[in-house]
Structure formats: structure tokens, C-alpha cells
Design a protein around this ligand. Structure first.
Ligand code: PLZ
Length: 457
């Protein structure tokens, strides 16, 4: 096959038929047997939303050990953005496994780490010199960004927003909005973390500048700008329920940060890497953060995360001050290089825009039918519905977690995996891989329709 610029994008070849198929009860007998083994050796602190044990995954489909096939609208919480077991990513990782699997970059380095840093410099917002440190997980990226911001500013305060989620390590637990289940009983927590009101248009009705003025006034009153090292914000909040801030909110915060020497850290761990139809969601808001965090979708399912920022900030850390045994592992880094290539080759930004059109059209039609759907929101393949008590949509907007739980449970029985979100558990979020066809999305929407009909009957 010749690979010219004019050549049409080749249709992906799937090793699993892209369709849902339920052949046993959910969970099936083999999953149940595995679950019994698991309960004997894995603590309940590690729970599973849907205990069907997965034997194979490809494209947008998960196949469990009993042969059931699920349409995966969660992509492992936004990780397999490129599709499960995407051929080019698998090939790049497999080739790398043969060559070198580990040296430790801080002992003897290798090219793949450098290539990922180059790609992040090119693909993150902002036309300035950038540097990247690679680590293993999203939480570790947040931790490193805060370390660097503190070193750079010689200040300690960390500002975060209501409804934020940043991870499960000690510092990031303190940065999360929600205590249960993430931090209940796990203290003492890190200090110097200040949580300010966010922009949540469905609930606060504020314009971006109004919401920004509220956030800034709050921080100036409760901490003072001169004591803040950084402001960490998700451009679109993930676990918080795909909260899209009002127009102008994020740039106003960035301006205030710049004026006051505060490092603006965009946590794009869930919203980044093509998911929203832009490489990073910041682009939708005209936001140019000082530091951008990526993880999840960056390596097609392998563990990798990056902290990419202005050189003058990133260079503040002393030699030897940053690192970690597995950070920027060669296999994960090789996979990430392939992910960047495939996003371009397969026009995945356009696929995200297609998914937004299909999902929002379908969900808005459902909103007309069911008054428990208070709002349809999101960008690209990051779309959510917020469920409210019937009749409260225009008034109290009271959260309706029961509706969400009922939909999720029914959908799972029908072979559709869909995830919850939101501080009150009343948001249903759709974050499919960008390989999910319209046919699969329409099929999944018909299941959500049935689920809503049953719940509201
Ligand atoms: N920042 C914005 O979404 C991870 C949590 C899964 P890690 N979100 C999924 C769970 O229940 O543990 C996340 C995120 C944002 C940071 C993180 C943390 O990333 O790779 O899970 O550490």
C-alpha cells in the first residue's frame, strides 16, 4: 500500500467484530468463578464497577471470559482513546519489547523518551520553549507539577477547584473535592491546598468572567495570591461530571495567574490527547497553560504520564530532583509515539467531532423525552448527561443518582458499558474510544433510551 497524502484513510481492521453480544447472564459463570478467586486475594478497597472479567478487547468492544461482548463507552476511563489494541500501537510496543524494555532514563537514557517529549512540546498549547518529564500515572504527574511549581515560585500554596479530581496519592487526595470514597479515613492530608469555587454554568448561571471573579476573590481572601505557587485546573472536569466552564473563565484565571506569578497547571489527564477533538481541551477555551499534564490516552493503554511546561519553570528543579524507576518506560514511550502518529494518520480529531455530533444529537432527543435529563454537555468524545429529580430541571436541579445507577445497571445487562461521574453520582458520562462507529453509538443510545423508559415508567 502506498502511503501518500491523498490516499484515503484505510478502514481499520478489527480482530473482534464491532458489535455487542450477550450470551450468558451478566456476570456469566466464568466471571463469577474469577470473582470468587479475586475476593479471596484482592481487598475490597479495590472495587470494580462491572465485575465481568475481560479476556480480549479490540476497537470499541470488550469481550469477557464468557464470550459476552460489550460496547465500551468508558475506554478504561478515557485511556484507550485510540481504540483497544490498536494495531500500530501494539506493533510499536511489541517491537520495543524486543529491543529494550528498561534501563531507567536517569541511569542510561534512550530515544523514545526524548521523542515523546518532542511530540508533547509540539502538541501542547503555546508557542514557547517547553520541557517534559515523564512519569507513570496521572497522580504522579500532578505531584511533579506541584513540586516544580513550588521550586520555581518559592511558594507553597496550591489552588484547586470545587468538583476537581487529581488522584489517589497523599497530595492529590488533598486536592480532590470528594472525600468518599477517595480519602475517607486515609489522612493526615497534605496542607496548603486551597479549594475555590469553579465555573459550573448549569448550576451557577454565571458568565465566565463572573465565575472567574468569584474564584479569584475567594483565593485572594482565603490565601492571597502572593502565597500561591500554582493553580491546578481541569479544563473540562472529568470525575466531577464533565463540567465545561463558561466561555472566558479559564483565560481570565490564566491572566490573573500570570499577573501574580502563579503557575497555571492544566490537568488534561482526562481531557487531553485528542479526546475533545483538539489535542488538548485547553485549545477550545483559548487557554495557554504554563504547564500541561497528560496521561491516560497518551500511550494507548500502557502506563505513561507527562508534565510539559515552560522551560523556565521546568528548569527550576535541580538535577536529580525529578525521576522515578519506571518513569518514561521505553515500551510505554514507544506506544505513545505510535499514538501521536495514529491520531494524525487516522484523523482522530475529526472522529472526536463526529462522536460529539452523534452523541449530543441522540442525547438531546432523549432529553426531550425524559425530564430526568437536566443537561447534555461536553465536547468531542467527552459527553455527559446530568440526571435530576423529575420536574426540578428548571428549579432545584436536585441530583438523581438513582436514575444513573438504574441506567448503568440496565445497560450492562444489555452489553453497554457506561460510566458514572459527578460529585453526587448523578452524571452519566460517555467517553468512548475514537474508534467507536456511529452504528455502535446509535445502538448504545437505543439501550440508554430503553433504560430511561424503564426507570421513568
Ligand atoms: N487527573 C483529571 O481524571 C484519573 C480515576 C480512576 P491516575 N481519573 C480516573 C480511579 O478511580 O482511580 C485522573 C483524572 C484527572 C488525575 C487523575 C489521576 O490519574 O493515572 O489515576 O493517577
Amino acid at each position: 500500500m502506498t502511503d501518500t497524502l491523498d490516499a484515503p484513510v484505510a478502514a481499520p481492521v478489527y480482530t473482534v467484530p464491532q458489535e455487542r453480544k450477550i450470551v450468558t447472564a451478566i456476570p456469566g459463570p466464568k466471571s463469577e468463578a474469577l470473582h470468587r478467586r479475586r475476593l479471596a486475594v484482592v481487598p475490597p478497597g479495590v472495587s470494580s464497577a462491572l465485575p465481568v472479567y475481560i479476556a480480549k478487547a479490540n476497537g470499541a468492544i470488550l469481550v469477557d471470559v464468557d464470550g459476552n461482548q460489550f460496547i465500551d463507552l468508558g475506554a478504561g476511563i478515557g485511556v484507550t482513546t485510540i481504540g483497544h489494541t490498536e494495531a500500530a500501537v501494539v506493533a510499536a510496543a511489541a517491537a520495543q519489547l524486543q529491543d529494550v524494555t528498561h534501563t531507567l532514563f536517569t541511569i542510561t537514557p534512550y530515544e523514545e523518551y526524548v521523542r515523546v517529549a518532542e511530540l508533547l512540546a509540539e502538541n501542547t498549547p503555546g508557542d514557547f520553549v517547553k520541557r517534559t518529564v515523564l512519569v507513570n500515572s496521572g497522580a504522579e504527574a500532578v505531584e511533579n507539577a506541584v513540586k516544580i511549581a513550588r521550586k520555581h515560585t518559592h511558594r507553597v500554596g496550591v489552588a484547586v477547584l470545587e468538583h476537581a479530581y487529581h488522584g489517589r496519592t497523599n497530595l492529590t487526595m488533598a486536592m480532590n473535592f470528594k472525600a468518599a470514597p477517595y480519602s475517607t479515613g486515609f489522612g493526615p492530608f497534605a496542607g496548603d491546598v486551597y479549594r475555590a469555587p469553579n465555573s459550573y454554568p448549569y448550576h451557577d448561571g454565571l458568565t465566565g468572567p463572573e465565575a472567574a471573579a468569584r474564584t479569584i476573590a475567594y483565593l485572594e481572601k482565603t490565601v492571597g495570591a502572593e502565597d500561591l505557587a500554582c493553580l491546578v485546573a481541569e479544563p473540562i472536569q472529568g470525575e466531577g461530571g464533565f463540567v465545561v466552564p463558561a466561555e472566558g473563565y479559564l483565560p481570565a484565571l490564566q491572566e490573573w495567574c500570570t499577573e501574580n506569578g502563579i503557575v497555571f497547571i492544566a490537568d488534561e489527564i482526562q481531557s487531553g490527547m485528542a479526546r475533545t477533538g483538539a489535542m488538548f481541551a485547553s485549545e477550545h477555551f483559548g487557554l495557554v497553560p504554563d504547564v500541561v499534564l497528560s496521561a491516560k490516552g497518551i500511550a494507548g493503554g500502557l502506563p505513561l504520564a507527562g508534565v510539559t511546561g515552560r522551560a523556565e519553570i521546568m528548569d527550576s528543579a535541580q538535577p536529580g530532583g525529578l525521576g522515578g524507576t519506571f518513569g518514561g518506560n521505553p515500551v510505554a514511550a514507544a506506544a505513545a509515539v505510535a499514538v501521536f502518529e495514529q491520531i494524525e494518520k487516522s484523523n482522530l480529531l475529526e472522529e472526536a467531532a463526529r462522536i460529539e455530533r452523534t452523541l449530543t444529537t441522540g442525547l438531546r432527543a432523549l432529553q426531550q423525552k425524559y425530564d430526568v435529563i437536566g443537561e447534555v454537555r461536553g465536547i468531542g468524545a467527552m459527553i455527559a448527561i446530568e440526571l435530576v429529580e423529575p420536574g426540578t430541571g428548571e428549579t432545584t436541579k436536585a441530583p438523581n443518582a438513582a436514575a444513573v445507577n438504574s441506567i448503568v445497571a440496565y445497560a450492562a445487562q444489555q452489553g453497554v458499558l457506561v460510566l458514572t461521574a459527578g460529585t453526587y453520582g448523578n452524571v452519566l458520562r460517555f467517553l468512548p474510544s475514537l474508534a467507536t462507529s456511529d452504528a455502535l453509538l446509535e445502538d448504545a443510545l437505543s439501550v440508554i433510551d430503553e433504560a430511561l423508559a424503564r426507570f421513568t415508567a
